[in-house]
Design a protein around this ligand. Structure first.
Ligand SMILES: Nc1ncnc2c1ncn2[C@@H]1O[C@H](COP(=O)(O)OP(=O)(O)OP(=O)(O)O)[C@@H](O)[C@H]1O
Ligand SMILES: [Mg+2]
Length: 335
């Protein structure tokens, strides 16, 4: 097999890129690149690039080449993918891999062609595309090929997707181009308004992950966060509590979960009872927000539960999809 190159499932996300090989996650890196803008050279990729954020000289820009789930900078994306592939496959020119790449549901054909082309230019032999919610459902192990209805919600960093699947394909779906990054912005804006303190996106994300929740918790947590006073410009510290983060997140959570409400309104009647019986499965990094399952259940009236492996299931499902091409070919996006 090595002679023909590896089979890989790749979840190319706005915030994280994951590569699955042989059922294992072999790469999990932030979708971040540090670029020397004077020499137009990539300095670092992935976690090493993310760690440079905010600590680099002016000539170096730390950037995310994807925005809202789609490629915003083609050149940087294909070079970043090239680095990741080389890490997993060695010199890819000798043994080019075969890839199944995820794309968000509902992107334009120009946007999906860009992913296809970036993967080819990064050094792969053959590239297939799969809609992220379908890959997630396969990775979770839902019976997607049967005529029963299954609802999958993917809470990513840049996009939120909800899809009803049946007979191997998507029968109703909706995408909202916002996700966890917007939740971080909501926390930053809350802190600015309430405390007159400016905090960076990483601090806001840390607050979300460490003390955040979608619903009030019995056990209130708190953390000290450092920012810059809006008036004096001097550094200042405040204490942020779980209930404050809950309050900060409500409006953005409503916008984010509009995708779920839209899909629930459009479920074909034949599948509605399946969905009511089984509920929906939540995946993506946003599934790790405390209380998100209860919040979604309360807001939609449909039972929801977090997938067992919400962060990895999409890359795992993408790879499995490569082994199911005969069944899937007619439902995969063409390029
Ligand atoms: N414990 C946690 N609580 C809340 N949010 C979390 C937690 N862990 C990760 N996240 C959020 O999950 C998001 C990243 O999720 P994921 O890796 O699924 O996104 P992505 O696939 O890169 O993006 P997309 O699919 O939207 O293009 C980030 O916004 C991150 O802050
Ligand atoms: Mg994703």
């Amino acid at each position: 097999m090595a002679l023909f190159g590896k089979n890989l499932g790749i979840d190319l996300g706005t915030v994280n890129t994951l590569i699955c090989e042989g059922g294992e996650i072999v790469l999990h890196e932030p979708t971040v690149v540090a670029v020397d803008i004077e020499e137009l050279k990539i300095v670092e990729v992935g976690q090493a690039a993310r760690d440079m954020d905010g600590r680099v000289p002016e000539a170096i820009e730390v950037m995310r080449p994807l925005r809202d789930g789609v490629i915003a900078d083609f050149e940087i994306t294909h070079r970043m993918l090239g680095y990741f592939l080389e890490r997993v496959c060695g010199p890819t020119r000798l043994f080019k891999p075969r890839l199944m790449m995820t794309i968000p549901y509902g992107v334009t054909s120009v946007e999906s062609r860009a992913v296809h082309e970036a993967a080819l230019q990064a050094g792969s032999r053959e590239v297939f595309l799969i809609q992220e919610p379908l890959a997630a459902a396969i990775g979770v192990g839902l019976p997607v090929s049967t005529p029963s209805g299954n609802l999958v919600v993917n809470l990513g960093g840049g996009v939120t997707q909800a899809a009803v699947l049946s007979l191997g394909g998507i029968v109703a779906a909706d995408t909202v181009r916002m996700g966890g990054i917007r939740l971080d912005e909501a926390i930053a804006s809350y802190v600015r308004k309430k405390y007159g303190l400016i905090i960076g996106p990483r601090t806001a994300e840390e607050a979300k992950v460490r003390v955040g929740s979608a619903i009030p918790q019995d056990e209130e947590q708190s953390m000290e966060i450092q920012g810059q006073d809006q008036v004096t410009g001097l550094p200042r510290m405040i204490t942020l509590t779980t209930s404050e983060v809950v309050e900060a997140l409500q409006e953005a959570l409503h916008l984010q979960t509009a995708a779920i409400r839209n899909v629930l309104e459009r479920i074909p009647p034949e599948l509605a009872s399946d969905i009511m019986d089984r509920g929906m499965v939540i995946c993506g990094g946003g599934a790790l927000l405390r209380g998100i399952d209860k919040w979604i259940t309360r807001e939609t009236g449909v039972a929801s539960y977090v997938a067992e492996d919400p962060v990895n299931c999409t890359a795992i499902g993408a790879l499995r999809g490569l082994g199911m091409l005969d069944k899937l070919r007619r439902v995969l996006p063409s390029v």
